[in-house]
Design a binder for this molecule. Structure first.
Ligand code: GLC
Length: 526
């Protein structure tokens, strides 16, 4: 059972480096987030996910944590973050922090201790082989960097040694079971971190690489799931309103392991990626050009098929709707922004669709104004992802309102094109992407039938027809293509409709049992 407050929640993801700088040092800060809470609220977002804001050497933009209980000085202090929790709560906004349980920075004091020859409390906090010249059974490892004559396992980049949650299938003498006291101690250490932030007002966590904890796990991730079930029991007893969203991309497993929500991220050629970004990333460059290989459903006349998304989505939706939520996102800090291949009209339709599906949606900062994916050099282990992490574009002032600092001091350059979208420029245009996002989200908050739990049923997904779906007593229709389409409604459904258009982009209506959806249109009908 997911946290009750999620029922009517829309998240806004903030990359703290790039949101708003209040002290002129060129890097975003916690006070900048506090300053912009009213803006976030005005969008219709009533919850935040803040990317890691903890002390770190920033070799992976903060996903290499050096101190889980300390805000990185470049963002402010712990008190600033406590103040953010308070200020957000006053405005009805919940705040999730980013928990990175699978690895730490190689500069974390636990790891420094673990590298020592002398046995200590942290000797088995990480996963070590028995000898410095010993491979690690196919897992990525580092040797030759420690006083201790052994190799350690990595979870992601070289700077991120894997924490030890044990092995589900133990196949080597150096592998410990997931119930070994050292593995249990790691679990407790992570619970302790969670308790620290939750008891200071945080509302839960987005969990990084949530399926990565127990090694040599089985297909159903039984070992890792047991850890999360244990964490969930702790939350139920101590923080029953806390919410957890997994970076797992397997809702049936994640939600059964005790998560409230799971993100569905790109998978090649099928599923979620086919809606908005049907192209792939390879080795730091974007592979595939925007026209010939891109069959995204929302790309006008690109030959996209909604069933490539629905085939997986409907299975998962049916399987998990009693358990929790699938979270769809406009994009995130690891992906290319959707404006890379979709124009404003296409984005409006894509967002209207995402924000009227069941579950709990996430909007990545800047996607509400169609911020561009920029061609910038890598920063802090971002590589191709860096282009989606540039400063928020607020207005036409210096640094587009992100910072009063010197342009040369900015964390990343702002979009220098003359027509760089800004909040200010879109604010007064009722037709802007920004105001369309506001209108859709306002509608979602007004109509319970569009929220996380309300019934969802696909009425029509045939090629050459609009996609038509029911949410509770409302009917939604979308046609991303360039020609007018229509769909005949089953008599039972047509009979229940009054024909009222509740919301519309482009031209769409319902008459005589038929939905007519003009070129590039979206409608919510009653
Ligand atoms: C997740 C994060 C990503 C990070 C990686 C390692 O995928 O979203 O940004 O680099 O985990 O922590």
């Amino acid at each position: 059972m997911a946290a009750k407050w999620l029922k009517d929640t829309v998240f806004y993801e903030i990359y703290p480096q790039s949101f708003r700088d209040t002290n002129g040092d060129g890097i975003g800060d916690i006070n900048g987030i506090i300053q912009k809470l009213d803006y976030i609220k005005s969008l219709g977002c009533n919850a935040l996910w803040i990317n890691p804001c903890f002390d770190s050497p920033f070799k992976d933009a903060g996903y290499d944590v050096r101190d889980y209980k300390k805000v990185a000085p470049r963002y402010g202090t712990n008190e600033d973050l406590f103040h953010l929790f308070e200020a957000a709560h006053e405005k009805g906004i919940h705040v999730l922090l980013d928990l990175v349980p699978g690895h730490t920075s190689e500069e974390h004091p636990w790891f420094r201790e673990s590298q020592k020859v002398q046995k200590n409390e942290y000797t088995d906090r990480y996963i070590w082989t028995e000898f410095c010249f010993q491979g690690a059974g196919g897992m990525p490892y580092v040797g030759g960097e420690s006083e201790r004559s052994a190799c350690y396992i990595l979870n992601f980049f070289k700077c991120q040694p894997a924490l030890n949650y044990g092995f589900y299938h133990v196949t080597e003498p150096w592998q410990k079971s997931s119930l070994d006291p050292a593995a249990m101690a790691t679990r407790e250490a992570i619970k302790d971190v969670m308790r620290y932030w939750l008891s200071h007002g945080c509302d839960g966590f987005r969990v990084d690489m949530a399926s990565s904890l127990v090694k040599n796990d089985d297909e159903k991730k039984t070992g890792t799931s047991a850890v999360w079930k244990d964490v969930r029991r702790m939350l139920e007893l101590e923080f029953p309103d806390a919410a957890m969203v997994a970076e797992w991309s397997n809702p049936p497993l994640a939600l059964r392991a005790g998560y409230d929500m799971d993100f569905w991220l790109n998978n090649r050629g099928s599923g979620y990626s086919t809606l908005m970004r049907d192209y792939y990333n390879h080795g730091g460059s974007i592979h595939g050009d925007r026209t010939s290989e891109d069959h995204s459903y929302f790309k006008k006349d690109a030959g996209g098929d909604i069933n490539r998304f629905l085939d997986q989505y409907l299975d998962w939706y049916e399987d998990t709707r009693e358990l929790g939520y699938i979270s769809l996102l406009t994009c995130n800090h690891d992906t290319i922004r959707p404006s890379y291949n979709l124009d404003t009209t296409e984005l409006k339709l894509a967002y209207a669709f995402l924000f009227t599906l069941p579950g709990v949606p996430f909007l990545y900062y800047g996607d509400e104004i169609g911020m561009r994916y920029l061609d910038v050099p890598t920063k802090e282990g971002g590589y191709f992802r860096t282009g989606s992490r540039t400063p928020m574009q607020w207005d036409s002032s210096a640094n587009l309102g992100f910072s009063e600092g010197k342009a040369s001091d900015l964390y990343l350059p702002v979009d220098s094109s003359a027509d760089a979208p800004t909040v200010e420029a879109q604010e007064n245009d009722p037709d802007s992407l920004l105001n369309t996002v506001r209108a859709i989200l306002a509608l979602r908050h007004r109509e319970e039938d569009l929220q996380a739990d309300a019934a969802f049923q696909v009425i029509c997904s045939e090629a050459g027809r609009p996609m038509v779906y029911r949410r509770g007593s409302l009917l939604c229709a979308v046609n991303p293509g360039g020609s007018d389409l229509e769909a005949v409604l089953p008599a039972g459904i047509a009979g229940q409709l009054q024909g009222e258009v509740v919301f519309r982009i482009g031209n769409a209506s319902v008459e005589n049992g038929k939905v007519r959806a003009g070129a590039q249109s979206f409608a919510v009908l009653r």
